[in-house]
Design a binder for this molecule. Structure first.
Ligand code: 13P
Ligand code: SF4
Length: 303
């Protein structure tokens, strides 16, 4: 506790010295969310990165999020507390594979979930996050859509929009672990609870949801709902904001395995250290960034 207090004081000093802003994804450890200037889901944080006046963006999330910030704000320094914080789903699609698919479907538009590398975004027509995926697909005038890399979100969006989509086989190790059996057991234990679920979960689990949505929309739904009890089908870190918003409601995570180990690689100590040393910094080769930027900016324009 005492150490954390000292770290927080040092962090405030460094933030002023460097003119830095701290962005934290809702899946970060509480000790990071507590000190963030903005907490958010992938969409909100990308927007904040694109708009900020600060010189330095410290992105507390996983690597692709830092990359997206750097692409959208190329003149800023983007730091991440630990560069080993990757996203296994982002690594499930490679440029060669995507190019092959594009060659097989020359008229298809490529829609890429923001959970992907800069190189993949550079091969993309438009990006999306879980918050705007349906809107992005509906905004496109295309017969065929290539969708990478999340098969679960892809399936959900296809069901919602009725569009013809060629779906890549990637998935989120954390959300994909939640099973129908887990949810049935929780529903038996908490019969009064509503089940809220992220569309990165398996389709059969998503189908059990009383509410399906991105991290931010789950938060909003729980805040506004009259129900007192919830079974939560998304990453454990979300509990911080859920409890802050509604201290009198009960939130039960659907399994104890809904923890993304990559998100938890960051901690307060590493956050302070990266601002102290100004390392590690995100670097995206300018040629790649320029191509990838178009796909991210198109996403930010969809309303
Ligand atoms: P959102 O932030 O869009 O809810 O995505 C969830 C996720 O898994 C981020 O890595
Ligand atoms: Fe990637 Fe899933 Fe972790 Fe998000 S929660 S960073 S999609 S592994």
């Amino acid at each position: 506790q005492e150490q954390n207090r000292e770290l927080r004081v040092r962090l405030e000093q460094l933030k002023k010295e460097r003119n830095a802003i701290i962005l934290a994804h809702y899946y970060q450890r509480d000790e990071i969310q507590e000190v963030a200037d903005f907490r958010g889901d992938s969409f909100l944080l990308a927007q904040k990165a694109a708009e900020t006046e600060a010189d330095v963006i410290v992105f507390c999330g996983v690597h692709f999020m830092g990359e997206s910030a750097k692409i959208l704000a190329p003149n800023k320094t983007v730091l991440i507390p630990d560069e080993r914080a990757g996203c296994p789903m982002a690594d499930m699609v490679n440029v060669d594979g995507l190019r092959k698919l594009k060659a097989q479907h020359p008229n298809a538009k490529v829609v890429t979930y923001i959970n992907s590398s800069a190189e993949i975004k550079a091969e993309t027509d438009i990006c999306c996050t879980s918050a705007n995926a349906v809107k992005v697909i509906e905004s496109l005038d295309a017969e065929e859509i290539i969708w990478v890399p999340d098969k679960n979100l892809g399936q959900y969006v296809q069901d919602q929009t009725g569009k013809k989509m060629i779906i890549w086989e990637g998935y989120c190790n954390t959300h994909d672990m939640l099973t129908v059996k887990d949810v049935m057991e929780m529903k038996a234990k908490y019969p009064e609870a509503e089940f809220v679920v992220h569309p990165e979960c398996r389709p059969e689990v998503v189908a059990m949801g009383d509410y399906v949505g991105s991290t931010t929309s789950i938060l909003e739904y729980c805040r506004k709902s009259d129900r007192r009890q919830f079974i939560v089908g998304t990453e454990d870190g979300t509990g911080y904001q859920l409890r802050l918003d509604s201290p009198d409601k009960e939130f039960h995570f659907a399994t104890k395995f809904l923890v993304c180990p990559n998100m938890k690689v960051n901690n307060l100590k590493k956050l302070v250290k990266c601002l102290e040393t100004m390392k590690p910094q995100i670097y995206v080769p300018p040629a790649v960034a320029d191509k990838a930027r178009t796909s991210l900016e198109r996403m930010l324009q969809v309303r």
